[in-house]
Design a protein around this ligand. Structure first.
Ligand SMILES: NC(=O)c1ccc[n+]([C@@H]2O[C@H](COP(=O)([O-])OP(=O)(O)OC[C@H]3O[C@@H](n4cnc5c(N)ncnc54)[C@H](OP(=O)(O)O)[C@@H]3O)[C@@H](O)[C@H]2O)c1
Length: 214
């Protein structure tokens, strides 16, 4: 399958490497597709790893991933061209984080709104599913934790798109958990604040969430 990733940071590279390892073609999209870091990523990824503009990546992908800086995501979507997302499943990994003077994470907006909902509003013809936003990029593919596969919470409005993402999450080594419509991002994005806070205060980023059942 052709996977287009709008983004060029750690998440884009980690998820891109995961899709490549599963045998898929991946194009990462950036405003600087020939930057040193992306050229190195392509070299490591092999023949199925390419880069382009964000519009190139969005047009290329049959499945799309959005991994752009949280509060600049709507701007990145405008640059990539919403028409390229039309009818496609879009995995939204973004978190609208901002860091205050105390260097601790906060939501730029949330509780009655979310990045997931803003992305879905900016892409009305796409099927947005929020996922992969509650764990660090080094653990996104084949996470290895003492307690077994961690949970990956996801949400979105389209049942078919969620089924697709559920299957991808399993292939990536997660136990997927559906939390409902895209407004569930109001819950999942604060989970990122919790995870980052624990990473900073505990000095250990090798952490992931798991529900315990009776
Ligand atoms: N890092 C993690 O471990 C992690 C884990 C879970 C979720 N997340 C979330 O996933 C998203 C990506 O995180 P990241 O750490 O990989 O990267 P990041 O540093 O948060 O974002 C980098 C990406 O944002 C784009 N960008 C920044 N400003 C832009 C603007 N004004 N217009 C258009 N594009 C812009 C960059 O585009 P160019 O390539 O053109 O510069 C680049 O692709 C974030 O929303 C983050 O909160 C991160």
């Amino acid at each position: 399958m052709k996977v287009g990733i709008v983004g060029s940071g750690d998440v884009a590279k980690a998820l891109g490497a995961g899709f490549l390892a599963l045998g898929h073609e991946v194009k990462l999209g950036s405003r600087t597709p020939e930057s040193e870091g992306l050229v190195a990523w392509k070299k490591q990824g092999g023949a199925h790893a390419t880069t382009g503009t964000t519009a190139d990546a969005a047009a290329f992908g049959e499945l799309l991933v959005l991994s752009t800086h949280g509060v600049n995501t709507e701007e990145a979507i405008r640059q990539a061209g919403p028409k390229h997302f039309s009818g496609k499943v879009v995995i939204d990994t973004t978190n609208p984080l901002e860091f205050g003077a105390d260097h601790m994470p906060k939501l730029a907006y949330g509780w009655s709104d979310s990045a997931g909902e803003r992305v879905q509003k900016a892409l009305p013809d796409a099927h947005v599913v929020k996922a992969f936003n509650t764990v660090g990029s080094p653990h996104m593919f084949q996470p290895k934790f003492a307690g077994g596969p961690p949970d990956m919470f996801y949400c979105g409005n389209d049942a078919g798109a969620k089924k697709t993402v559920h299957e991808w999450l399993k292939k990536f080594g997660w136990n997927p958990l559906d939390v409902g419509g895209i407004e569930g991002a109001r819950l999942l994005e604060p989970m990122c604040v919790l995870w980052v806070t624990l990473g900073i205060t505990g000095g250990n980023w090798g952490i992931a969430f798991k529900l315990l059942h009776q």
